[in-house]
Ligand binder design. Structure first.
Ligand code: ATP
Ligand code: MG
Length: 237
């Protein structure tokens, strides 16, 4: 058994345990005011891994202008990549919520749109966990922390907000300074990070998630993110 298979198996055990424990629909919102910080990447990753663990997952693609996840899923379906991931574009968060109530969905993952404060807040209000993906430059960190504070101001609980570092370069100093920046702001960032790699981009271009590249070590790094988020969700309930 390869390392990656072993890790995915380990995620399987945890998420299945979680599904029984959760007992109701789980809603994850992936949001940021900034564009290009990996919102859709994290959404695709989570949807792939949870679907692979027998959860009935739906991506609510709220980015009507770009429809990134919708387009990605069409490519995935055309190429018949397993597991099947479901995606739908909704006019409003309310419409999406109405849909899961009708369709027996276990997990709904909202893919937010950049520069939309109202939509971001609506998604956050419905979510059990709000994920803020971000790059690690100060240009990216500042608006991320600002948004996290905004969410708190609007009564989103602090322990329901988690930051994920994406497109991380090779400098350990830069990474450790970014972690410090977040910790000093009073928010939490997961340990696992998504490095900046061409292979991740190329995988998503052909309908795969960042845990489905041709490289075991990269898949493992992406799986580590899922594992940490699963552990976190487990603690929320
Ligand atoms: N780890 C990575 N390494 C290299 N490229 C990446 C990585 N993660 C994502 N990308 C690429 O970066 C681009 C932006 O990612 P993504 O679409 O997930 O961001 P987004 O926050 O959803 O953007 P938008 O705000 O436009 O919706 C995409 O082309 C994606 O393939
Ligand atoms: Mg997007």
């Amino acid at each position: 058994m390869t390392l990656v298979t072993a890790c995915i198996y380990c995620i399987k055990v945890l998420t299945l345990a979680l599904k029984r424990q959760w007992g109701a629909i789980l809603i994850i919102g992936v949001v940021s005011q900034k564009g290009g910080v990996c919102k859709s990447t994290i959404v695709r990753l989570l949807s792939r891994e949870y679907s692979d663990n027998d959860w009935n997952v739906k991506i609510a693609d709220m980015d009507s202008k770009q429809g990134t996840c919708t387009r990605w899923n069409m490519t995935r379906n055309d190429s018949k990549i397993e597991p099947v991931v479901k995606t739908e574009q909704y006019r409003s968060v309310k419409d999406a919520i109405g849909d899961y109530q009708k369709n027996n969905i276990d997990l709904m993952i909202f893919d937010g749109a950049p520069s939309s404060s109202t939509l971001t807040l609506q998604i956050a209000r419905e979510s059990n966990l709000v994920i803020l993906p971000t790059g690690i430059s100060v240009d990216d960190l500042e608006p991320t922390v600002k948004l996290a504070h905004e969410l708190i101001k609007h009564n989103i609980e602090r322990n329901h907000i988690i930051i994920v570092f994406c497109r991380v370069g090779d400098s350990t100093v830069e990474l450790s300074e970014a972690k410090q920046y977040i910790e000093q702001s009073g928010f939490k960032v997961i340990k696992a990070v998504l490095p900046d790699r061409v292979a991740y981009r190329r995988a998503q271009d052909i309908g795969k998630s960042v845990s489905e590249t041709n490289y075991k070590t990269l898949n493992q790094k992406a799986s580590n993110i899922v594992q940490e988020l699963v552990n976190l969700i487990n603690k929320l309930k």
